[in-house]
Design a protein around this ligand. Structure first.
Ligand code: SPV
Ligand code: MG
Length: 617
């Protein structure tokens, strides 16, 4: 730091700051007879490096210096938006390069400020000329006079700070202007949204950068929004909020309920929104487009920093996913999701690959992402995949094997179709095994004897269990489980077997009373009326026990409508099986008809696509 007038005041002040810096002070002994070209000359032995050079009377935003330091090329700050100053420096710029700097240039000139980054080679050329000037007693001019002679020998790029604060204070007027700009700076707010529950160095670094732009408000994405968008958060919203509140530089933390920023942006009208530049493409692009259009409504700005997704961060995310697949973490998640979302969806899976489809299929619609919340291990589809009828013929050991195949490659909660549950004496073992494996819920139906698939209805002989027997089975199951997380759902077949609404309701209340954690009501009618009637009458007396439906026949009802009526779990019980196997049948037939595979090719996924369905590890 070169000094002169009030040297001791400056040195004492700098030392009193106790900064973690070593500052070498170089006094220009004849400061009152020379300009700072001579101060640089006095300090030349310390300047054998890349340098950042600036005048001591400059006031600027941190981001200006950051851009200057980060510039790969030698550069000088200019402003394309400020009017040309009368008394201060102006630069003549050609093709983005500085050609002349001084107070006298008005043609082809822009306002500039003496903040430079100079790479060693460029600086050496300028410094050599400064030395020449000073040694020929030319010490009263600006250092820029020495620069103007040699601009053809080096390249100094102009760095446009536009209307960011970067001004010098020479006069009382300058002081007033800078003071008002500083007050405006203090009112700037910055908004960032975080969906992460694993905070790492990359996040801290972007928070630090954002906080330099103004008061940083963090929007923490709600648990519900996160689980619809990527995976269930390992750290719940309140804890994530507390973590962000305690990060240095964070001014305030609020909830962002949706992937869309619109609600919070319209409320807060932040000066800046900060995000990584990774959302310019892919499914986040629509969210970004919405942000830019809202910012344009009131003149806010979007600042995008390079997105860092280093190896270690990818590894952290992988580890989080792995944790989600562990039995103790997976098991309780169904209950949590029901509490969180009100109504969850589950898709049938009967193998590793169908599990992966249920796990990874995502759809983006109007700024929202949709995924299945859970998987249903159907007895019908598990049996069908094994070429067997759905009559409890596939034994539990084999059914558990299917669960294991699915669990190996997924993280989402599993609902197991337990058929009738078998003998009570056997059911208690099934409960213990499923719970230990990390399954979230078993659904057992109130039938006894040889079970047939419900969608046969009364076309086949089926016997409904007595309320007493089935209540005993539920109680025995509840007594057998070790955690409070595992759920036993009682499935009522009264409507399927045409025993009437009263019977269905009587059973529902009895089963809930016996400890069932949820009630599934089934119907094979296309018209959802009887399901709606059941839900309404059950909810009139029981507002809390979750209701499960399997809308295979009554498939016109949307999840939103089910939710509005008080349903909590919607299971798509067989759609992968019903879509997959006919496609296979058709491909097989086409090959036979043509005596070759060419004609079947259009029906097939490419090998490349099929490979992408399977994650690498
Ligand atoms: C299953 O998917 O196996 C079921 C539902 O139990 S249903 O086929 O509708 O009976
Ligand atoms: Mg079944």
């Amino acid at each position: 730091m070169t000094t002169g007038y009030f040297d001791d005041v400056l040195v004492n002040y700098c030392n009193s700051l106790e900064l973690d810096l070593h500052i070498t002070f170089v006094k220009n002994p004849i400061y009152d007879q020379t300009n700072y070209i001579y101060s640089i000359y006095c300090a030349r032995e310390f300047l054998d490096d890349d340098i950042v050079m600036l005048h001591g009377d400059l006031v600027f935003e941190a981001s200006v210096l950051e851009d200057v330091v980060n510039s790969v090329d030698s550069c000088m700050t200019i402003s394309s938006t400020l009017p040309l100053p009368d008394k201060d420096f102006k630069a003549v710029v050609k093709d983005g390069e500085i050609k002349k700097v001084g107070i006298e240039f008005f043609t082809d000139a822009v306002a500039c400020q003496p903040v430079y980054k100079l790479n060693k080679a460029d600086w050496k050329i300028w410094l050599d000329n400064i030395v020449q000037f000073c040694e020929s007693d030319n010490r009263k001019c600006y250092a820029e006079n020495a620069l103007n002679e040699i601009t053809d020998k080096l390249i100094i790029k102009s760095l446009d700070v536009t209307d960011r604060l970067c001004s010098e204070i020479d006069t009382q007027d300058d002081l007033a202007i800078v003071s008002s700009k500083l007050a405006e700076l203090n009112n700037r707010t910055v908004y960032m949204c975080f969906s992460t529950d694993v905070i790492h160095g990359g996040h801290i670094s972007i928070i630090n950068k954002a906080a330099r732009l103004g008061k940083l408000i963090i929007g923490v994405l709600s648990d519900e929004a996160i689980s619809s968008y990527k995976r269930f958060p390992l750290v719940a919203y309140n804890q994530r909020k507390t973590i962000f509140e305690n990060i240095n530089g964070v001014y305030k933390v609020i909830e962002q309920k949706d992937l869309s920023y619109s609600e919070n942006l319209r409320k807060l009208k932040p000066t800046y929104v900060v995000h990584g530049d990774d959302w310019k493409t892919g499914f986040q692009k629509t969210i970004r487009d919405e942000v830019t259009s809202i910012l344009a409504e009131y003149g806010g700005k979007l600042v995008e920093f390079p997105y860092s997704n280093g190896e270690e961060f990818i590894e952290l995310d992988k580890r989080s996913r792995m944790r989600l697949s562990m039995p103790d973490v997976r098991r309780g998640r169904l209950r949590k999701l029901i509490d969180l979302k009100g109504c969850v969806s589950a898709l049938e899976a009967h193998s590793g690959i169908t599990g992966l489809i249920a796990e990874n299929t995502t759809v983006l619609q109007e700024g929202k992402t949709y995924q299945f919340d859970a998987m249903w291990v159907s007895s019908l589809c598990d049996s069908t995949a094994k070429g067997k009828p759905d009559i409890e013929l596939v034994d539990m050991t084999s059914r558990f094997r299917t669960i294991d195949d699915i669990m190996e490659v997924t993280t989402k909660p599993i609902i197991f179709d337990g058929d009738t549950g078998g003998l009570t004496e056997h059911f208690v073992y099934t409960v213990k095994s499923l719970e230990r494996m990390g399954v979230s819920m078993v659904i057992i139906e109130d039938k006894t004897g040889l079970k047939k698939n419900s969608l046969f209805g009364t076309e086949v002989e089926q016997t409904q269990d007595s309320i007493e027997n089935f209540c005993e089975k539920i109680k025995a199951g509840k007594n057998a489980q070790k955690t409070s997380e595992f759920m036993i759902c009682a499935r009522i077949e009264s409507l399927i077997l045409e025993r009437g609404m009263e019977d269905a309701l009587e059973r529902a209340f009895a089963f809930a009373g016996a400890g069932a954690d949820a009630i599934m009501i089934h119907s094979r009618k296309k018209d959802p009326a009887e399901i709606f009637e059941f839900v309404e009458k059950f909810r009139a007396k029981d507002t809390t026990t979750p209701i499960v439906v399997v809308p295979t026949s009554f498939n016109t009802v949307t999840e939103e409508e089910f939710k509005a009526r008080g349903v909590n779990v919607v299971i798509y019980a067989n759609q992968l099986t019903r879509s997959g196997f006919p496609a296979m049948q058709k491909a097989a037939q086409t090959i036979l008809e043509n005596h070759r595979a060419k004609e079947a090719d259009d029906m097939c996924m490419s090998i490349k696509e099929i490979i992408t369905l399977i994650p690498e590890d």
